[in-house]
Design a protein around this ligand. Structure first.
Ligand SMILES: Cc1cc2nc3c(=O)[nH]c(=O)nc-3n(C[C@H](O)[C@H](O)[C@H](O)COP(=O)(O)OP(=O)(O)OC[C@H]3O[C@@H](n4cnc5c(N)ncnc54)[C@H](O)[C@@H]3O)c2cc1C
Length: 441
């Protein structure tokens, strides 16, 4: 055990979006940080992967205009970079399956959505009216409902076509939890924030840069330029409070124990629980975290040998197994790269990877009339993140981001009181934890 005095910088454990949001906020306030990230690539559950020479993400991500904290952080760490180099931002437009189309109108919120719903294609007049009535009712109730309500319960009385084409896909995309067990209150929080606050909040934001380039890599540069250090491949084994400081024990026989006065734990919940094990004041929080259940997200990448005409960067798919298609092709390229997303658990999880790819290739033929019969699949990859997010269920008990005790702080996507596990929840939590450090100094 080192007898040196505690280091003056703040230790941040976890180089995902929450940890880096905390580290950037501290660095911007003049507080140097030491970030410990177990992996070599920063970004955690939203990071770049290089597979067979192809750069993809561990999972296709979508951001919303309502992600104010995330978007502000992305700008903060690379102010000179044009937004178009990082992401494509378009007004809300949901297309498919079949002729279904919902496009936000060029009107102020919430009229942009009301007009969009009233002019939606591929559904009947009474379908549209039922959706507008529900939207107006939820807005009238201040986007509040009984805490125990599920999304399926909230949608009772909605026409089956709209449940299937609109609400279920939105619930799966936003909460990564099936409507039967998803929290209606969290669903309403996202709907109210994204669809009814400002028109820009409903914008769809699709990264064009890989996820590590979007924020984690420039965040690391921002932190280092302000005196911080990023330790990649540095797994923290344990934390313990000793002599008014926190001993941070790194994995590996030659790694020393380092002592800090302040430590932000920004690991994923199932990892954070182990790190908090020896901290008596965190026992209640560990019980809450250990009670979470998790939902997977599968992304299937398919590269075709020629361009594939896709009517929009993001397209809803009909008839499963794929739920959403994202066109990741480079404009003007001679080939096409498509990412197909399947949120939450479902029958696709029992398919062998080759069978899932085959089923999706067939589904694409049915959904994309422009897909050339002669187009050949050149490369495919199935990536399933088994614990992509915690299941977003009603009345989930969770800790808040901030100070836990004795200089230990918590951040992470699971700590947000309003949002599901998202980049925005992670970013907000990191900022909150950093603010708590600054407030106590
Ligand atoms: C496939 C997929 C698709 C998704 N799609 C979307 C989407 O479209 N939109 C959206 O907003 N969100 C989406 N999400 C959710 C979003 O990615 C997460 O909510 C967010 O990235 C969580 O960030 P975090 O920093 O809280 O946790 P994490 O990303 O899990 O970061 C924790 C980090 O801590 C590190 N770590 C853990 N333990 C230790 C240790 N002992 N020592 C050192 N380092 C440690 C880990 O390696 C990791 O890098 C998706 C997630 C997945 C997996």
């Amino acid at each position: 055990m080192s007898a040196a005095p505690p280091e003056r910088n703040v230790a941040v454990i976890g180089g995902g979006w929450a940890g880096l949001a905390a580290a950037v906020t501290l660095a911007a306030a003049g507080v140097p940080v030491a970030v410990f990230e177990a992996a070599q690539t920063l970004g955690g559950r939203a990071r770049r992967l290089v597979l067979d020479g192809a750069t993809v993400d561990n999972g296709q991500h979508l951001l919303l205009g309502a992600y104010r904290a995330t978007l502000a952080l992305i700008r903060q760490v690379q102010p000179a970079r044009a937004a178009e180099e990082l992401y494509e931002r378009t007004p809300l437009c949901l297309m498919g399956p079949g002729s279904f189309r919902l496009r936000a109108a060029r009107l102020p919120a919430p009229l942009h959505m009301v007009a969009g719903l009233l002019t939606a294609r591929g559904c009947t007049g009474s379908d549209r009216l039922a959706v507008v009535r529900a939207f107006a009712g939820w807005r009238g109730d201040g986007w509040r409902c009984a805490p125990s309500q599920t999304v399926a319960g909230l949608l009772q009385g909605q026409p089956g076509t709209m449940v299937a084409r609109l609400w279920t896909p939105l619930c799966l995309a936003a909460l990564n939890t099936p409507p039967a067990c998803a929290s209606a209150q969290v669903f309403l929080n996202v709907l109210g924030d994204a669809l009814a606050s400002t028109r820009a909040a409903s914008d769809l934001i699709i990264p064009v840069a890989d996820l590590s380039r979007l924020f984690p890599d420039p965040a690391a540069r921002f932190i280092e330029e302000r005196g911080g250090v990023i330790h990649r491949g540095a797994m923290v084994r344990s934390l313990a409070v000793r002599d008014a400081s926190i001993a941070v024990e790194l994995a590996g026989p030659t790694q020393p124990v380092r002592r800090f006065r302040e430590v932000v734990v920004a690991a994923a919940p199932w990892q954070a629980s182990g790190l908090l094990e020896r901290l008596p004041f965190a026992a209640g929080i560990r019980t809450q975290i250990d009670g979470y259940s998790y939902q997977p997200i599968t992304t299937v990448y398919l590269r075709y040998d020629r361009p594939v005409p896709v009517p929009a960067r993001m397209l809803q798919l009909g008839d499963g197994p794929g739920q959403w298609l994202f066109d990741r092709s480079t404009p003007g390229a001679a080939d096409a790269m498509l990412a197909i997303v399947i949120s939450a658990d479902g029958p696709h999880r029992s398919l062998a990877q080759a069978d899932l790819v085959r089923a999706i290739a067939l589904q694409l033929r049915a959904n994309l009339p422009g897909l050339d019969r002669g187009a050949a699949l050149r490369w495919t990859r199935v990536i399933t993140e088994k614990r992509a997010t915690h299941a977003c269920m009603p009345e989930r008990m969770h800790p808040a981001a901030g100070h836990l005790g004795s200089g230990v702080y918590l951040a992470g996507d699971h700590t947000d009181p309003d949002y599901p596990a998202t980049l925005e929840a992670a970013a907000r939590s990191g900022i909150r934890a950093a603010q708590a450090v600054l407030d106590r100094r």
